[in-house]
Design a protein around this ligand. Structure first.
Ligand code: ATP
Ligand code: MG
Length: 414
């Protein structure tokens, strides 16, 4: 893509009311537009980052047998009344609305109830199970505080997968599989080393649920990390009984602040009972379906990655989620050569954002740093005279001079 075709512009300042570093940087780079507190639009560059995060999650959900769907944002109150979660005292983040005839609707805060009802049309016998539908969808939650930028939206993206199993054993086996898939997601996003599978409260059907918590000074959660065992315990279940259960000594733990980026939850028959989702087993007996739910926040992850991988000059995207791999800068009278290099790189499948603007070099370099694209390539008359290009990784900032073929070899997919 050419910068001259991009309608967004970078800016020196973020809106005065934006206090979160992730949103300040993303707004300044033209990645997102702030509609209001906790509500952000994704602009062309931001949409590319979000899509890359989503694609990594999608591949891992497909690898455990997920079936991708897209449910509705408008939800009928009836299903929520059946589960007991329509009441604002039970669920305090509702956005509610109604049809012209007065029928009450909610804007999807999550999808356990509607999907349990929907699956009644497809699950009848043991032969129909197990199944794992999932989706990427905008959720609406009237969060009281929304000062963390993309990390706590009132409208945000969620991946939610729901498991429907015949027996507890079948459920438990899937729970372990998706737990490994979650670890792969955070590894691929470059967050593996600072993300811990965390024991949290389990509800009525399991002693624990598990959160995936990423260490961050701006996190809202407190966890106790066991580095050697690569796990953590959430403050809410941090007590002597749980420590004894897990065979952990207090002295081995360090207290940290963290952000919940995902969670996996055993639901048992919490929703299949009130919504009558049953199946007929091999012996002709009717049984409730055993469920689980598994969330990840793609927009929270985007905010967290922006917050974590940054310096005083701007963003530093990990390659896996960067909107482009190369930021190509042309300086001076090199239009034909720069165009040819752009064509050559893109024809090799390398994603290039080509700064073809008629701008001062300093402004182009500053934008390259703010936008945080992994590799900057500079072409100029002086460099062309030596048959060289300048190659500068954003992470180190250290430039080397390369020939065109050396550059191509460096950028060939690892
Ligand atoms: P939190 O305790 O941070 O409010 P939650 O327990 O309400 O999170 P879930 O309902 O389990 O979160 O949602 C699944 C995932 O969706 C979370 O792990 C998180 O990544 C993401 N998420 C939840 N709330 C938000 C939000 N307001 N903005 C952005 N992402 C969110
Ligand atoms: Mg919440």
């Amino acid at each position: 893509m050419r910068v001259t075709q991009l309608f967004t512009k970078t800016s020196k300042n973020a809106p005065a009311d934006e206090v979160a570093k992730n949103a300040q940087l993303l707004i300044r780079g033209g990645y997102v537009h702030k509609e209001m507190a906790g509500v952000y639009a994704y602009l062309p560059l931001g949409k590319r980052v979000l899509d890359k995060i989503i694609q990594i999650i999608r591949e891992e959900m497909n690898s455990v047998g997920g079936n991708e769907i897209s449910m509705t944002a408008l939800q009928h109150s009836d299903v929520w009344k059946k589960s007991g979660r329509w009441d604002d005292k039970v669920m305090d983040v509702w956005f509610k609305t109604q049809l012209a005839n007065g029928t009450e609707l909610g804007l999807a805060p999550t999808h356990e109830e509607p999907i349990t009802k929907m699956m009644k049309s497809f699950i009848h016998s043991y032969k129909d199970l197990p199944v794992y539908p999932y989706q990427f969808q905008i959720k609406f939650r009237n969060e009281l505080r929304s000062k963390s930028g993309l990390m706590r939206g009132r409208e945000f993206w969620m991946k939610d997968l729901y498991s429907f199993s015949r027996t507890q054993e079948e459920h438990d086996a899937f729970y372990e599989e998706i737990s490994s898939a979650y670890s792969r997601i955070f590894d691929r996003l470059g967050l593996g080393a600072i993300t811990f599978k965390t024991f949290a409260s389990g509800g009525s059907f399991a002693k624990f649920s598990h959160e995936y918590q990423t260490l961050s000074p701006v996190g809202e959660d407190t966890i106790y990390v066991h580095e050697a065992r690569n796990l953590a315990i959430n403050e809410e279940v941090y007590n002597d009984e749980v420590l004894a259960d897990l065979g952990i000594n207090k002295a081995e733990l360090t207290q940290q602040t963290a952000v919940e980026v995902g969670n996996i939850f055993t639901l048992g028959t919490r929703f299949s009972d009130p919504l009558d989702l049953n199946f007929t087993d091999e012996n002709g007996e009717s049984k409730p379906v055993i469920m689980g739910s598994y969330g990840v926040g793609p927009s929270r992850l985007m905010g967290l990655i922006a917050e974590h991988f940054a310096d005083d000059k701007g963003l530093i995207w990990p390659e896996e989620v960067a909107p482009f791999r190369v930021y190509l800068i042309s300086i001076g009278n090199v239009k034909a050569e720069a165009d040819a290099l752009y064509e050559q790189l893109t024809s090799q499948g390398i994603e290039v954002l080509f700064d073809d603007r008629d701008e001062r070099p300093g402004a182009k370099f500053a934008d390259a740093e703010l936008l945080g694209i992994p590799y900057r390539v500079t072409i100029s008359e002086r460099l062309l005279a030596e048959e060289k290009l300048e190659f500068t990784p954003r992470s180190s900032g250290e430039s080397v001079l390369l020939t065109a073929s050396e550059l191509l070899a460096k950028l060939a997919r690892k």
